[in-house]
Design a protein around this ligand. Structure first.
Ligand SMILES: [Zn+2]
Length: 317
């Protein structure tokens, strides 16, 4: 009996999920909604350490997902979007002190044109000894609003400058503003990245889409303990696939392998509600008006979640 219990427990532990987090600015009180204060950062690092979380390189997580491995529960990947100086000035030493590696996603134009708040190529080369440098576009555009041609140009220009100045080829890409749709995703994929990271709340588990890895923002008033509770829900989204023409979602069809009879549905601007699930399938008629330009539709089953991002006025879809 004891052995059975132990083996059951180890299964639970082995089958849990990792979390990717994203920071932006550090100790920069001018921009509270994208800032992490230094006391907040120290608190989070202390929490990881005290609770046995292992900060691993993004590459290690990507390889585990690629090879179909079970993902340990205590794996955490730290990423930083936008090459702000405040990382170098206020947080870099703390990362080094904890020996916490990271992936920093570079907004190329800001460094190339020496925008005042951003890191130089030289500083980025120094940073690359402690973490990996990855790609976050040339001009940091709202990608869903760009034509295929303009979008490809942005990638080409940015990647060329990145590789010329840093002498490395980035392996991973994160969307500016976390904004994407199927068209943007497939163009990004065509540039040969090993993985693409979004900015949707959630976890990474066995079966996660390497080109759509969920990542939680740790900025402003984000709650680390709350975000760590989420697990990955493997779900196939049949409806909705993109922002509905008139802004009204009329049907929700998502397939999972879960046995629960009820789950939760979150839509931006409307909040959470309870929904029925039949044999793992959610198939509902809805009349839900989307009120925002950037809408998140989230399905939750127990603490597992899956998100669909729907962006308004995408004339290219
Ligand atoms: Zn950004």
């Amino acid at each position: 009996m004891k052995t059975l219990l132990l083996s059951l427990l180890s299964v639970v532990i082995l089958w849990s999920d990792a979390h990717i987090f994203v920071y932006h600015r550090f100790g920069d009180s001018r921009y509270p909604s994208t800032d992490t204060t230094i006391s907040q950062l120290k608190k989070e690092f202390k929490y990881f350490k005290a609770n046995g979380y292992k900060i691993i390189p993004l590459e290690k997580l990507v390889n585990a997902v690629k090879n179909g491995k079970n993902i340990p529960d205590k794996w955490v990947v730290l990423t930083i979007d936008d090459n702000f100086r405040s990382f170098y000035d206020n947080a870099f030493d703390i990362f080094k002190r904890y020996n916490y590696t990271f992936s920093l996603f570079v907004y190329v134009e800001a460094t190339q044109k020496k925008y005042p708040d951003y890191l130089s190529w030289k500083q980025l080369r120094e940073i690359s000894k402690y973490g990996s440098l990855e790609f976050h576009s040339y001009a940091h555009p709202h990608m869903t609003f760009m034509s295929d041609k303009k979008l490809k140009n942005d990638f080409q220009k940015g990647l060329k400058l990145f590789e010329k100045n840093l002498k490395i080829k980035p392996k991973y890409f994160s969307y500016p503003y976390g904004e994407y749709d199927n068209r943007v995703k497939s163009i990004a994929k065509s540039f040969g990245f090993d993985a693409i990271i979004n900015q949707n709340m959630g976890a990474v588990g066995k079966g996660s889409d390497l080109y759509d890895l969920d990542r939680n923002a740790l900025v402003g008033k984000s709650n680390l303990k709350f975000l760590l509770k989420f697990k990955y829900l493997k779900a196939t989204w049949i409806e909705p696939k993109s922002y509905p023409k008139n802004g009204i979602i009329t049907s929700l069809h998502v397939e999972t392998k879960q046995s629960a009879k009820y789950g939760g549905l979150y839509t931006s601007g409307n909040g959470w509600e309870k929904i029925a699930i039949k044999n793992g399938i959610i198939d509902l008629k809805l009349d839900k008006k989307l009120t925002k330009a950037r809408n998140r539709i989230i399905i939750s089953i127990k603490n597992k979640i899956s998100t669909k991002l729907l962006i308004k006025d995408n004339q290219w879809n």
